[in-house]
Design a protein. Structure first.
Lengths: 287, 338
């Protein structure tokens, strides 16, 4: 289709309903959020930077920001570590097994995140499946502490967020030309060299898209963070909830929400950029 | 004044991007209600009674306490609902902000059925919470007081929650009292918790506590009788203990919103909610609310035989707690954070 003869409206017309809804229900509230953050008191009567000051000049809050972003990065690392091999297996499988694997990968999305989170209590709990196995095999004299640790949280987030990595990754994998692997092998590259020099760069855009979905979802996973992580692991979403819903301090909640939005967006921008660079590099060499 | 308009617009939008309230039908009342169990319980048991006896339709808006106060504040002059349902803390905030109509309990046909102290000039109780210690009798000896929570063998099986809920706040206040603190001084809790923090089994989100208990992650916690009865009903080994200093009680109250155009209907709604058949239904499975009607037999697991005994339970002054609570919540985050 040649777009040059079509008027501007016809080109953006189809996107208009969604665009307007986005303006009304996302962009406008975002500006309201920003406005609320510049009130100094919880009844929104005095304008001031007090709540920004309260957040920015407190090391505890910065630790919470760092912990939140690190949690996201750990979840991305773990999902990629487990998801990439699975995607490679999927690529080499027969159409029947591809369908089966795809179904298994997407299945978690069909249950609510609340259900998936509570299921992890049953798995990681003191008397849970894992600990029964550990005790049964005599690997430890007493139950391991898995719930309410960052490790347990990352493990459960890896499962909970895995579909978000796999879906974009598999769609890129599906378009992958298998001849490239043979070409790489015939030119003398080892399987590992092929993986890192051919496969990874080619699937980089899908990997990056999946990674940023996982990152955004893991850093804002309020339910999983509070239920699996517990009260001793403090992340930004829990702070927003406490300030907005319990303390009724909307300006401070707005500050925390904006910090969450900005810091998560910043990391996402880096991931997206890395994906583009890696992808561009691959296309450059493959061309 | 552009400033006022801007502020109001911001408030309105932030509080309620929801749909505007529909024009009031002749026979209807709009009640704010806690989402979840409360909403289900009232839909199942209060709405049909109101319709049958008075031909009034009950519209419900699922809102937490803080949301109700905020949403009302955002819609000056045109209350978004006719009735509030609130816990003691937000109730005080709403009174301070002038959000209630004066309440006349004499307009309730069921007034005589209410235990003492359940109605005042601002509203009336619709349910009570009794808070104490819950433990697993198969795994732990019976604790006798709040201080036992931080001693062996209980402390290594203890599940804690912070000041985020009413029951959590009053429990931590009682724990503070056991170590020399008071209603306005919870410092001893932080000092004592610090000593045993490494031993504590779980510091959980309030909503996660029943699940953690059920899975054996913790075998002792502070909670309300409703949670204990619900878990027991599912076959969990759990017993409620009133600490030797007394169980804590507080009430959840109904109030009429200032400027409500349906005050008569609001009274009828409140009257239905406290009536014997409704209170009896709400006190049974799966809700297990603590009733506020003398005509309802109490569940065997409750630490009292009659509702009048509740007047001897420990209560708290939320006018004093409210201003301190945000600081306590913040402090709890910092002290507990790894």
């Amino acid at each position: 289709m040649n777009g040059s003869g079509v008027s501007g409206f016809a080109r953006i017309g189809p996107a208009l309903p969604l665009g307007l809804a986005y303006l009304a229900f996302f962009v406008a509230p975002l500006f309201m959020l920003l406005a609320v953050s510049f009130f100094a008191d919880d009844r929104l009567t005095v304008v001031g930077l007090d709540n920004w000051r309260k957040f920015l000049f407190d090391a505890f809050h910065w630790k919470v920001v760092a912990d939140t972003l690190l949690l996201g990065l750990k979840a991305v690392f773990a999902t990629v570590l487990l998801g990439l091999p699975l995607a490679l297996v999927w690529r080499g499988a027969s159409p029947f097994w591809q369908r089966v694997l795809l179904f298994v990968a997407v299945m978690p999305l069909l249950t609510s995140v609340v259900v998936r989170t509570f299921a992890w209590i049953v798995i990681l709990g003191r008397e849970g499946v894992v600990n029964q196995l550990v005790l049964g095999l005599g690997l430890s004299p007493e139950p391991l502490r898995l719930l309410q640790t960052e490790f347990g949280l990352v493990v459960s987030l890896t499962q909970i967020e895995m579909p978000l990595l796999l879906l974009p990754l598999l769609s890129v994998m599906a378009r992958f030309d298998p001849n490239l692997l043979d070409a790489s092998a015939s030119l003398g590259a080892s399987p590992w060299r092929t993986l890192f020099r051919v496969v990874v760069p080619l699937v980089a855009p899908g990997l990056a898209a999946g990674a940023l979905l996982v990152f955004a979802s893991a850093t804002t996973a309020f339910i999983s963070q509070s239920v699996i992580g517990g009260g001793r692991l403090v992340y930004l979403p829990a702070l927003v909830w406490q300030q907005a819903m319990i303390n009724a301090n909307w300006p401070f909640a707005a500050v925390v929400a904006i910090v969450l939005l900005v810091s998560v967006s910043a990391v996402i921008a880096v991931i997206a950029y890395a994906g583009r660079v890696a992808g561009g590099h691959a296309h450059g060499t493959a061309a | 004044m552009s400033f006022t308009i801007g502020r109001r617009a911001a408030l309105m939008g932030a509080a309620a991007l929801g749909v505007a309230r529909p024009a009031l039908a002749a026979g209807s009342v709009t009640a704010a209600i806690y989402p979840g169990a409360w909403e289900e319980a009232f839909r199942e048991h209060v709405a049909p009674v109101l319709k049958r006896q008075h031909g009034i339709d009950l519209e419900m808006q699922g809102l937490f306490a803080v949301d109700q106060v905020a949403k009302f504040a955002a819609s000056r002059g045109a209350p978004p609902f006719d009735c509030f349902v609130l816990d003691p803390g937000p109730r005080i905030t709403a009174i301070e902000r002038g959000q209630f109509e004066r309440f006349d309990a004499n307009r309730l046909a069921n007034k005589a059925q209410l235990p003492d102290g359940m109605a005042d000039e601002w509203g009336v109780a619709t349910g009570a919470q009794v808070v104490g210690i819950a433990y697993n009798p198969k795994k732990l000896p019976r604790p006798t007081g709040w201080d036992d929570l931080l001693k062996d063998p209980w402390v290594s099986k203890l599940g804690l929650t912070g000041f985020g809920t009413t029951f959590g706040t009053v429990s931590l206040i009682e724990l503070a009292k056991a170590f020399g603190g008071s209603e306005t001084n919870v410092e001893p809790v932080f000092t004592e918790l610090k000593k045993v923090l490494g031993k504590i089994a779980a510091v959980g989100a309030p909503a996660a506590m029943p699940g953690l208990f059920q899975q054996g992650q913790c075998d002792i916690m502070y909670t309300n009788t409703q949670t204990v009865t619900t878990l027991k009903d599912r076959g969990v080994d759990i017993e409620f203990v009133a600490p030797r200093t007394g169980a804590v009680s507080f009430i959840t109250t109904l109030h009429i919103a200032k400027g409500s155009p349906a005050v008569d209907n609001a009274y009828k709604y409140i009257d239905a909610a406290i009536s014997q058949p409704v209170q009896k239904a709400l006190s049974e499975a799966p809700y297990f609310f603590v009733p506020v009607n003398k005509g309802v037999a109490l569940n065997a697991s409750l630490p009292m035989r009659s509702l009048d005994e509740m007047s001897r339970f420990v209560t708290h002054d939320w006018a004093k707690i409210n201003p301190l609570r945000a600081g306590w919540i913040d402090r709890f985050n910092r002290e507990m954070a790894k």
